[in-house]
Design a protein around this ligand. Structure first.
Ligand code: BDR
Ligand code: CA
Length: 434
């Protein structure tokens, strides 16, 4: 079964990789992308969403602009982490080429509802057909109609309005959000940015009765883009290089790609023709650069030894088998730099795609059902997600909270999506691959 997914986001470096993972994972069908003011202004994050979709070869997927500001509060932006454009690169300024596309007209909440309603109707039809064929509830154990997934990786304003205006959507949707913290926050002592941006909206969502999974900071802070990960993303000579995906034939959004990167698959037979000296030299340089990346202690150590993020970006270029892969490395390098400056992280955490990974492979997560209340009143801690870890609240559990994730398995999912995007990215046009 293909899982229909709507992604509501504020790109944003980690949101960009969430779009990539949602758009390039077989078994998911990305219905559309809505935006929410957050990491940058609504206008900027909406343009960024279009840029990202174009760069990953998914320019057929629509973007619709959502709410520019929280329900009751002033906007909170995050240029210190995502730069002035919201998606800056290490050389300064916007990382990706500007899309020529425009967002879809209309209010996001209405467009989201229509897409979700249509996808739910399809799921219901398939479910009925399976039930008529005797498949449901018996052999497959699938008694209930599957739900559309709404993944939120920004403030919950759009989601809150959707569930308020269209309460029936709570019956059709399972919501997975990146946000909140069980303990220490990031943009406040106990507040995480997405929830702190619009606590009232978050409160509405947690109170709505929609089945929801919260992927908090405690989990995303374990998913670090280390130099080894950057080397893997570069892909020169690795098992996830684009050579394992048939360019132009690799498909996404539901059908099986031509040539996935199953680590268990047998290695391709070596070519019988000997490589020309120039490409042999480039391959040797890539292998040396990749080995030195893998040997580095952290991205912070690399930057300290190599003269800053721009110098490291240049070094990474040698390990990238294509311009697209290098762009993803640069995206993470910018994030590494800001996370080091603001939060003293030696490697940057990649928050938002972890919520998408939950949709793809929930078995990679350890979770616990609990009561989560959102603090909306305190001047000290508005936006705190108060997580009843020990079941002491008299109120019923309203959330499934992720406690941990299998980090290497997460990176495998992301690397496979990078390889699929690399095979179709227009950033690679006219470039020889390493
Ligand atoms: C969240 O805040 C944003 O800056 C990131 O995109 C992520 O969604 C992490 O707190
Ligand atoms: Ca985000």
């Amino acid at each position: 079964m293909t899982i229909p997914v709507w992604l509501d986001c504020d790109p944003g470096h980690d949101d960009a990789t969430a779009i990539l993972l949602a758009g390039h994972t077989p078994g998911l069908r990305l219905l559309g992308v809505s935006t929410i003011g957050g990491n940058q202004t609504l206008a900027k994050v909406t343009k960024n969403a279009l840029d990202v979709l174009d760069a990953i070869g998914l320019s057929h997927i629509d973007v619709v602009a959502g709410q520019p500001r929280p329900l009751m509060r002033s906007p909170m932006l995050c240029p210190e982490i995502h730069g002035d454009s919201g998606l800056d690169g290490p050389a300064g300024g916007r990382l990706l080429p500007r899309s020529g596309r425009q967002p879809r007209p209309g209010k996001a909440v209405n467009v989201m509802f229509e897409a979700i309603a249509a996808a739910h109707a399809e799921l219901a039809k398939e479910h009925e057909a399976r039930a008529a064929g005797g498949e449901c509830g018996g052999g497959t154990g699938e008694a209930e109609c599957p739900r559309v997934r709404l993944v939120c990786t920004g403030a919950l304003t759009n989601a809150a309005l959707l569930l308020a205006l269209y309460p029936e959507a709570a019956q059709w949707v399972e919501l997975v959000l990146m946000g909140g913290a069980m303990g220490v926050g990031n943009t406040g002592p106990v507040m995480e940015f997405n929830i702190q941006t619009d606590p009232e909206a978050a409160n509405m969502v947690f109170e709505s009765g929609v089945p929801l999974t919260m992927v908090p900071l405690e989990v995303t802070h374990t998913v670090l883009a280390t130099p080894g990960v950057l080397a893997d993303i570069g892909g020169a000579g690795s098992s996830t290089s684009d050579s394992s995906i048939t360019s132009g034939k690799g498909t996404c959004n539901g059908t099986s790609p031509q040539g996935t990167t199953d680590p268990a698959a047998p290695a391709a037979a070596p070519s019988s023709s000997s490589p020309d000296p120039a490409s042999a030299a480039a391959a040797a340089t890539a292998a040396t650069a990749t080995a030195s990346l893998r040997g580095a202690a952290s991205t912070a150590a690399l930057a300290a030894a190599g003269g800053g993020a721009a110098a490291v970006a240049a070094a990474l270029a040698a390990t990238a088998s294509s311009p697209f892969r290098h762009a993803i490395q640069e995206l993470l390098l910018f994030f590494a730099d800001t996370y080091k400056r603001v939060f003293k992280f030696d490697d940057p955490p990649l928050h938002d795609p972890v919520a998408v990974a939950y949709v793809i492979a929930p078995q990679l997560f350890e979770c616990r059902r609990m009561r989560v209340d959102v603090e909306t009143c305190s001047p000290l801690s508005a936006g705190q997600t108060v997580c009843d870890m020990w079941g002491q609240s008299p109120l019923p559990a309203n959330a499934n909270v992720a406690l941990s994730v299998d980090v290497p398995a997460f990176w495998q999912l992301l690397l496979q999506a990078v390889a699929r995007a690399d095979a179709v990215s227009p950033l690679n046009r006219g470039h020889e691959r390493l």
